[in-house]
Design a protein around this ligand. Sequence first.
Ligand SMILES: *Cc1c(COP(=O)(O)O)cnc(C)c1O
Length: 305
Amino acid sequence: MSSSTVPDPAALSPRLPSPVQELADDRFTRRGLRLLLKRDDLIHPELIGNKWRKLAPNLRAATGRTIVTFGGAYSNHLRATAAAGRLLGLRTVGVVRGHELAGRPLNPSLARCAADGMRLHFVDRTTYRRKAEPGTLAALLRAVGAEEAHVVPEGGSNALAVRGCRALGKELGDRADVVAVACGTGGTLAGLAAGLPPGRRALGIPVLKGGFLSADVQALQEQAFGARRGTWALDDRFHFGGYARTTPELDTFAEDFTRRHGVPVERLYVAKLLYGLVTLAGEGAFARGTTIAAVVTGRPFPEPS
Ligand SMILES: *Cc1c(COP(=O)(O)O)cnc(C)c1O
């Protein structure tokens, strides 16, 4: 494909830098804290939030080749990749965890991927776990007829993606002392922390259980930058049992947050982030005068009607 026809994500007119909004929330103000929302959910209607920041450099690197990537049955990353494929005219293949899903009607998230033209390839959990091993990956690419593909790892977090997320920290600059983000693979946190100016720190709230993420974030920074970068930490208390797990308390919290501030709260990640920040503020974890920015990395799916 000639360079003039290489799809350019800039043609999709992302809203960058994303808007910053200050909220008046008494759970913060009564402690002398300011709360900002970094509205990455408004970057693009379909390539939402951190998915834009991670995918855009990969879409460029694909130079028109098929994109093969990986995700679970409700993956925001798979939906964003499928949408990018439709909008930019790229073939996309989604390798989906769970062979048992193959014979069944697609859930709304996978149905959206398929409607956007993504080819779905279901694999059993053992194969999925080994997907990064060279032999397994080569067999998968052969099975989907895409040996020349640009391969993007699960959650979109490779070195290109992590470098892309530095812009999030740069856009915030000195506006916040602490920038908090929900973490899946940790790629967004790894880039954000590297992009913040000296003296500012990043706080990650993992939504998966397991306590392995600190090593992963460190490894992602080493891949992307050759060394650990910036000041960052994780608080592992707010996963609510693990990925996609919720409790009535978390649902009530998210509904109340939307009622207070008119901001739709995505449930897999953003609800846990905001819950964590309200809890930390209540515990006195932040000194008076601290400005906290919460990154709104996504929007609810399906959109509430
Ligand atoms: C994918 C996603 C994340 C996690 O990003 P990582 O870079 O994998 O940590 C956070 N929030 C939302 C809404 C997401 O879709």
